[in-house]
Design a protein. Sequence first.
Length: 732
Amino acid sequence: MTTNTLKYDLPAGIVVFLVALPLCLGIALASGAPLFSGIISGIIGGIVVGLASGSHTSVSGPAAGLAAVVLASITKLGAFEILLAAIVIAGALQLIMGVARAGVIANYIPSNVIKGLLAAIGILLILKQLPHAIGYDANRADESSFIQANGENTFSAILHAFAAITPGALIIALLSMLALVYWDKTPLKNVKLLPAPLFVVVLGVALQLMFARFFPALAIAPAHLVDIPPVDTNNLGAYLQLPDLAHFTNRDVWIVGVTIAIVASLETLLNVEAVDKLDPHKRETPPNRELVAQGLGNICAGLLGGLPVTSVIVRSSVNVQNDNRTKASSVIHGLLLLASVLVLAPMLNLIPLAALAAILIVTGYKLAKVSLFRDMYKKGWSQFVPFVVTVAAIVLTDLLTGVLIGLAASLFYLMRSHFRNPFSIEQYRLHIGDVIKMELPNQVSFLNKATIKSALWDIPANANVLIDASGTDYIDNDVLEIIDDYRVVAGERNVRLNVIGLRDEYRMQDPIQFVPALDRDTQKKLRPDDVLHLLRDGNERFRTGRTTNKYYLHQAEATASGQHPMAVVVNCIDSRTSPEIIFDAGLGDLLTVRIAGNVISREIIGSLEIAHKLGAKLIVVKGHSSCGAIGLALQNEKGHSVGAITGKIRKAIDDCQCGAQHPPSGQAMLEQVTRRNIENSLDEIIAGSAFLRERIARGEMGLVGAYHDIATRTVHFGELVTPDRIDGPLAA
């Protein structure tokens, strides 16, 4: 905590304290516990958990979600002192869970459920606080369940509220909400130590005092004000209750302790995950440390006579909405709760519940904006339906039940997605023939069994099939049996099958039946136009980002005893134009001759003749856009040995009649000269080798020019050189 952060944390802590105070009292009342136990838990949640937690945003205290559990537990165990022993046990179990790193389960809660939780809390704040805003306080301030303790439900309470409006409370609530909404348009927004909610509380107290003095008809009755019971500061020990340690051996105490530990931990992990999403600074709460902090808090609560504590979404969201910066705001809220019961009670009892309701209603609106529903709808039904189900379920039941229903809806769509689209399948052409590739997802369950079997059994005979499990962490045994059975079917249908990427525990015998590397027989069958088509297909895969897995280890083994390339590429030395990558080729597929400007010399022609002897069926002369060698030639660079390259390119410049144009580095000119230079290189190959001329004329070897546009990743091929272009008797 620093001076710079304190100016944000202090006002945020004050506002959280004002919201938390009536909630602590209401939850204690709802739990059937001593009223002071709620205040004790609020203090512990702020100070003990606040100091131990790694969260900058979460605020802990007694939670409405545990009120029913506590009430039932007191009834079952027979006394509050016995419940305290169970709370100590719950805290110890949470401590153990944190050390054992059980907080990892927070990572498996879908974001649509978390966003549904936040939106539902926002709607609940509006619905539950609306009666308080108009002066109807028959339901408790902490009430969050649909069915209320007083026999009403959320909607009936609102209807009854409108039949019993308190004018003074309604005026305070309306003015408070106006102040909160338009606060940022006033000069007061620049006063960091005076946040809008604090101003609203002061305004509410001032209006209440004014009504009582000048407008008695609008005066608010004590029942509609904050009510802190008087505390005897000379006998504070009387408010602390100790656990009955003799009941630690009681089986029922342990059952209650385990129940509280599980429910409190789940609620905490849900809340911190939700609040982290609200945090504008996107800080992350360490879940395991949070469990340790909650465990320490509940041990203290059990030993000092408090209720179970959890991270509380309402207080935490108010904390974030008021722009807190560190966990100091949580500690400040705890210290203020402590001070309130000692010295501030008379002053705090002047605060109208309508002013606090206005703060919570505006907070609720920020959590459940219409834009959130619109954004979730745009993400598709698989995201929107679980989100809406979570919202509706929480509003119509309670927080934990609603989240579980939302998780069930999310799980349904997950299973549906796995069942409908458990893999991707594509077909592409390689030199060894067409390959059908089935790529398995990260998790393959028994739900995928039918669709995988159907897809495999529908593959025609004589195919090359590749099942790729490189990105798969888990495969159900049923699916493994399907793959194993298909190996038998593949053998009967002359299907060559590769199963790659399986983890060690899923290994199969003889998983590789073909290697995508050229052998001599396949090389001999290829014709120049076949190779040209393969290069075009490979470039299309590169251009669209669908390059094939190369499995270099298998290719290295297959080519260790000899090479059988299908083409030789005369390529510039430019680092962006590697033919093996541009044509999505494997190890041993291509021979590459690299020279600046892809110009031709006797040595290069010799290399091309050797390429033919190695079985290559196509010569490709490939230039490219933004070629540095072409640029130097246009600038008439002749220094050192560069002139040996640029001198050859000068012929292309002269052919284009663009040597005098300006600027010499224009892109259109570069492309024009590059394409002309490619054609000149083709002519030099034809003129420079009778051996190659004869092979080209016979159709044993092809010759083609290509222009590689680096920006679009596309290689534009010319037409194969025909015998008509070859001078001499062979042309006839």
